[in-house]
Design a protein around this ligand. Structure first.
Ligand code: NAP
Length: 599
C-alpha cells in the first residue's frame, strides 16, 4: 500500500466525487440512527452474557470511598492503575461483566484482533514488562493482558463484578455521591469516574421480522461458542453442517468472516456498505528489538502516532496502514507552495490525496478477488475517515471460496423470515444468522450507560443531555460536581482509544489528588467555562461539517444526519487531539484550575 499512487486529474476527481455522492444517497435513510433496534424488550436476550461466571453470592457493601470507578474496561483499568501509582487507594471499581476487559471482555468472536499496533494499544507495557506476541495481537491476548493489569496493579481486590449501578445522586450536605447497585450496595463517594463503555451495548439492525427467525441468531459481541464450537482461533466444528448468514461488514465483519468461511458449510455475507480494506502486515514481535527499546519508548511512540494522525509532520516509528495514510495527508499539505497553505487549499490537496489512496485500496480488491462482479461489490466509495478503515490480509480472498456468497443489500433487506433472510424477493435459507452490526453509539449518554444521574437540586443528566452532551473539556459538566465523564465526550479523540483514555485519567488524577491533598470538597465546571467550550466544539464541528455531510452514512455522522447531536459522538469532539492534550498539559502546569470552581 506504500505503492505509487495513481495521478488523479481534476476530471477524475469530479467523477469520483459524483460516484461517492451516488453511493451515499443510495444508503441514506430518513430515520438515521433511529433505524436500529437495541437489546430491549423481545431483543433483550441478545445482550445476555454468555461468558458470565456463576453469580457468586456476596454481602451488599456500604462504603465510604474517595473514588468510585464505573466500568472496568481500559478506561477503568487505567484509572485504577494510575490511582495506585499516585497513592490513591480508597477506591472501588464496578462492572456488569465478570472480569476486567470491557470491550475485550464482551468481544470474543473468532478472528478478533487489535486493529491498532499492540505496542501502542496495550497500556503500561513498560510497567508490566509484558511483550505482546505480535504486532496486532489476538483479542484473547488483550483480554488476558487486562487480567494481568488487574493483578499487577492489585485491582482485583477493589473490583466488584456482575454489579450494575441502579441509582446515583449527589448529596449536597455531605458533598458526596450516593451510588446504589443491583447487588444492594450503597457507596458514598467523594468522586465518581465513569467510563460507561463505547462499544459495550450491541446494536441490532432494524429489519422487519427480526424476532421471527427460528434458526440460531446472536450478536458478534456475545459469541455463542456452545453453538458454533471452536475457539477464538476458529475451527468451529459446530458449523460444518450449517448454512450461516452474517450481517455487517465493518471492522468486526472483516475479522469474523474469514473464520466463518473456513468453518461453515456455506456462508452468505449480506453487505450494505463495503469497508475499505488496506494491508494488515502482521508479524511476530522480535524479542531482541523489544528488549532494545529505551526507557520511555511507549509514551513517545503513542504520542508520535497521535501527532501524525493529528496532522503534524513528525517522525513516527509506527509504520502501518494508519500511519502511512496520515503521512500521505501531511505530505499533501506540505507539497503546497509556501504561503499557499490555507485551510481551504490543504483541504483540497488532502481530498485529492485521499482519492488517490482509495484508488489503490480499490485496485487491491481486484488483485485479491477473481470474480469481477464480486470485486466491484467489494469496492468502497467514500472518503477514508467516513468510517473506520479496515486492514486485513485474509478478508478479500475469502470471496474466492465456493462456499461463500456475497449479497448486496445496499438498498435494504426485505425482511427476516422464520428460516432466513429475504433480499429483493429472493429467500436465503439459513440455519444461523450472526449480527456483526456494531454497537449502540447514536443514542443518548444515559441510554448507553443504562443509568441516570441526579446532580445538584435533583437535576437529571438525561434531561441536561437529552439533545446532546454539554460539558467543559468533556470530563466535567456544570451542576454535576465531582464526577468525571470519560470516553468520547466533547474531548480530544484518538484512533488509539487507550491513549485517549489515559490522557483523561492523567487529567482527572491530577485534580483528584489535588483535592484529597488539600481537603477540597468539590470540583465543578463553571457555567461560563462550559458555555465557552460549547462554542469551541460547535466551531470545530462546523469546520468538519462539509466532510461529514458528504460521507456515506455511519456512526461517525449519525447515519447521515449530522444535525442529530443526541449521542456523545454527535455532540462533537475536539480536533486535532494532539493540540488538545498539549492544552491540558499546560492547564495542569499553570495549576490555576481555569474553568473549574474548586471549593
Ligand atoms: P460497525 O462498524 O458499526 O459495522 C456495522 C455493520 O453492520 C456495517 O457493515 C453496517 O452497514 C451493517 N449493518 C447495520 N445495519 C444493517 C442493516 N439493516 N442491513 C445490513 N447491514 C447492516 O460495527 P463493528 O464492525 O462491530 O465495529 C464497530 C467499531 O468497533 C469499529 O468502528 C471499531 O472502532 C471497533 N472495532 C475494533 C476492532 C479492532 O480490531 N480493534 C474490531 C472490531 C471493531 P453500513 O456500513 O452500511 O452501516
Amino acid at each position: 500500500m506504500a505503492g505509487k499512487a495513481p495521478q488523479i486529474s481534476n476530471d477524475d476527481a469530479e467523477e469520483i466525487r459524483r460516484q461517492y455522492e451516488r453511493e451515499r444517497s443510495r444508503r441514506l435513510k430518513q430515520q438515521g440512527t433511529d433505524q436500529y433496534n437495541f437489546t430491549e424488550g423481545e431483543l433483550a436476550h441478545f445482550a445476555d452474557d454468555p461468558y458470565a461466571a456463576e453469580l457468586a453470592p456476596r454481602q451488599p457493601l456500604t462504603e465510604e470511598l474517595d473514588v468510585l470507578i464505573i466500568g472496568a474496561g481500559f478506561g477503568g483499568i487505567e484509572a485504577g492503575a494510575t490511582f495506585r501509582k499516585n497513592g490513591i487507594d480508597n477506591f472501588r471499581m464496578l462492572d456488569v461483566a465478570s472480569d476486567f476487559g470491557g470491550t475485550w471482555y464482551w468481544n470474543r468472536y473468532p478472528g478478533l484482533r487489535c486493529d491498532v499496533e499492540s505496542y501502542i494499544y496495550l497500556p503500561f507495557l513498560e510497567d508490566t514488562g509484558y511483550m505482546p506476541t505480535e504486532r496486532y495481537v489476538r483479542g484473547a491476548e488483550i483480554f488476558a493482558y487486562c487480567q494481568l493489569l488487574g493483578r499487577h496493579f492489585r485491582l482485583y481486590d477493589r473490583a466488584l463484578f456482575q454489579t450494575k449501578v441502579v441509582a446515583m445522586e449527589w448529596d449536597e450536605k455531605q458533598a458526596r455521591w450516593i451510588v446504589e447497585t443491583d447487588r444492594g450496595d450503597r457507596f458514598c463517594a467523594q468522586f465518581v469516574v465513569t467510563q460507561s463503555g463505547i462499544f459495550s451495548r450491541p446494536q441490532l439492525p432494524g429489519i422487519p421480522g427480526i424476532t421471527e427467525f427460528k434458526g440460531h441468531a446472536f450478536h458478534s459481541a456475545r459469541w455463542d461458542y456452545a453453538y458454533t464450537g471452536g475457539t477464538t482461533e476458529g475451527d468451529m466444528t459446530g458449523l460444518a453442517d450449517k448454512d450461516v448468514g452474517v450481517l455487517g461488514t465493518g471492522a468486526t465483519g472483516l475479522q469474523v468472516i474469514p473464520e466463518l468461511a473456513r468453518s461453515a458449510r456455506s456462508l452468505t455475507v449480506f453487505q450494505r456498505t463495503p469497508t475499505a480494506v488496506g494491508v494488515r502486515d502482521n508479524s511476530p514481535t522480535d524479542p531482541d528489538w523489544f528488549k532494545s527499546l529505551p526507557k520511555g519508548w511507549q509514551k513517545a511512540r503513542e504520542k508520535s502516532f497521535n501527532q501524525l494522525a493529528s496532522g503534524e509532520d513528525v517522525d513516527c516509528p509506527v509504520d502501518d496502514g494508519w500511519s502511512r495514510f496520515f503521512r500521505r495527508m501531511v505530505d499533501a499539505a506540505n507539497a503546497l507552495p509556501a504561503g499557499q497553505q490555507t485551510l481551504e487549499a490543504i483541504g483540497e490537496a488532502q481530498e485529492l490525496a485521499d482519492y488517490e489512496y482509495n484508488e489503490i485500496v480499490r485496485a487491491r480488491v481486484e488483485e485479491h478477488v477473481s470474480d469481477p462482479q464480486t470485486a466491484s461489490m467489494l469496492k468502497a466509495y467514500y472518503r477514508t475517515l467516513c468510517k473506520r478503515p479496515g486492514f486485513s490480509d485474509n478478508y478479500l480472498p475469502v470471496f474466492n471460496r465456493d462456499n461463500v456468497n456475497l449479497v448486496d443489500v445496499s438498498e435494504g433487506i426485505d425482511r427476516i423470515s422464520a428460516d432466513g433472510v429475504i433480499v429483493n424477493g429472493k429467500a436465503h435459507k439459513l440455519d444461523c444468522l450472526i449480527f456483526c452490526t456494531g454497537f449502540e453509539l447514536g443514542t443518548t449518554w444515559s441510554h448507553q450507560a443504562g443509568y441516570d444521574i441526579k446532580g445538584r437540586n435533583g437535576a437529571k443528566i438525561s434531561d441536561k443531555w437529552a439533545q446532546g452532551l454539554v460539558t467543559y473539556h468533556g470530563l466535567f459538566s456544570h451542576g454535576f460536581p465531582n464526577i468525571f465523564f470519560m470516553g468520547l465526550t466533547q474531548t480530544g479523540t484518538t484512533i488509539n482509544v487507550p491513549h485517549m483514555l489515559q490522557e483523561q485519567v492523567d487529567h482527572l488524577t491530577f485534580i483528584i489528588a489535588h483535592c484529597l491533598r488539600n481537603d477540597c470538597r468539590t470540583v465543578e465546571a463553571t457555567q461560563q467555562a462550559e458555555a465557552e467550550w460549547q462554542q469551541v466544539i460547535a466551531a470545530k464541528n462546523e469546520l468538519r461539517r462539509p466532510f461529514q455531510d458528504a460521507c456515506t452514512p455511519g456512526y461517525f455522522n449519525a447515519e447521515g444526519r449530522a444535525e442529530d447531536r443526541r449521542s456523545a459522538i454527535g455532540s462533537g469532539m475536539y480536533f486535532p487531539s494532539s493540540e488538545f492534550f498539549e492544552m491540558w498539559e499546560n492547564w495542569r502546569m499553570r495549576g490555576d484550575f481555569e474553568g473549574l470552581t474548586v471549593a
